[in-house]
Design a binder for this molecule. Structure first.
Ligand code: ADP
Length: 293
């Protein structure tokens, strides 16, 4: 079943482009990544999906329901972590969590305590006294405590230290194994690469690639690192060259035979050929101005 489906979803803020003709589908049980640099349109997509802003045109469906018509019932089963969470500073964490649960007419006390323990968040502290990272944790507990079947997380890890990021992703993977669908937006590619099964890359308000993380990670280019000396000047298909005294490293999408011949006539001490990481692939999609899907 499709948990999220957008059809030509478009949002303009006055004359400013938010998102343009977005077709995005997330199936039940997916851990889906939404990658793009700041300003690409991730938050706009997410806010439109939750009915927090209205699209200029196009449609969004969540759980098979039209967001414009059935927003309240959709939100009952979503956990949303906004990119910038704002809370009443005078409230204690536990009061905030109780309020959030009450708004859903749920008793989530047990789950909230477990999450606070795992994330090392003291529920008796006042929100106004918390660091940015601890406020983020409070927002995470708010999003997770009612065990929703869809988690929508907008840049969730900013402000969390590495240990807490790991704990947070452990929790997300557990929830995903138990059946929750997850939409995670990030500009940090390693996060997506580690956790997500499928991902969409968004640029300038359009989706430019959408596939399994495995497929997105595969381009014909390889990262080649050569230690020693070789004349590569006549080879085509070399990009992103980094040179030091002892070695040269580059992305290569040309003919392998020609590369090997060029290396054989040089003085090569060591050679590695690896798949490029998602960061490099991401740049590749951006540079080539990929096809809109
Ligand atoms: P991302 O989440 O990928 O960083 P956003 O969805 O926040 O991107 O922004 C997409 C585009 O829409 C940007 O050009 C941004 O300036 C614009 N935008 C976002 N929110 C607003 C707003 N409330 N008013 C005007 N323009 C906005």
């Amino acid at each position: 079943m499709e948990i999220i489906k957008t059809t030509r979803l478009t949002k303009y803020y006055g004359k400013t482009r938010g998102i343009l003709g977005l077709n995005l589908t997330v199936a039940q049980g997916e851990f889906f990544g939404f990658i793009g640099p700041n300003g690409a349109g991730k938050s706009t997509t997410i806010r439109t999906l939750l009915g927090l802003i209205s699209p200029t045109s196009g449609r969004a469906r969540v759980f098979g329901k039209d967001v414009a018509k059935e927003r309240t019932s959709i939100l009952q089963d979503i956990g949303y972590l906004p990119s910038e969470a704002m809370f009443y500073p005078g409230m204690k964490v536990k009061e905030l969590l109780k309020l959030s649960a009450d708004l859903r007419k749920r008793d989530c006390g047990g789950e909230a305590n477990l999450l606070c323990e795992r994330l090392r968040l003291d529920p008796s502290r006042r929100i106004g006294d918390l660091s940015f990272g601890n406020r983020k944790k409070a927002a995470i507990v708010c999003a997770l405590q009612h065990r929703p079947s869809l988690l929508v997380l907008d840049e969730p890890t900013s402000g969390l230290d590495p240990l807490m990021q790991k704990e947070f992703f452990d929790i997300l993977r557990e929830r995903n194994r138990e059946g929750a669908t997850i939409l995670l937006s990030s500009h940090i590619l390693s996060e997506i690469q580690r956790s997500c099964t499928r991902a969409a890359i968004i640029r300038d308000g359009r989706i430019i690639a959408c596939d399994s993380v495995e497929v997105l990670s595969k381009t014909s280019a390889k990262r080649v690192t050569v230690h020693g000396a070789a004349d590569l000047s006549r080879l085509s298909g070399i990009r992103d060259k980094k040179e030091s005294k002892e070695s040269v490293s580059f992305l290569y999408s040309g003919d392998m035979g020609r590369l090997l011949r060029a290396l054989a006539s040089g003085q090569v001490h060591d050679l590695t050929v690896t798949e490029p990481d998602l960061e490099e692939i991401f740049l590749h999609y951006y540079e080539k101005g990929g096809e809109t899907v």
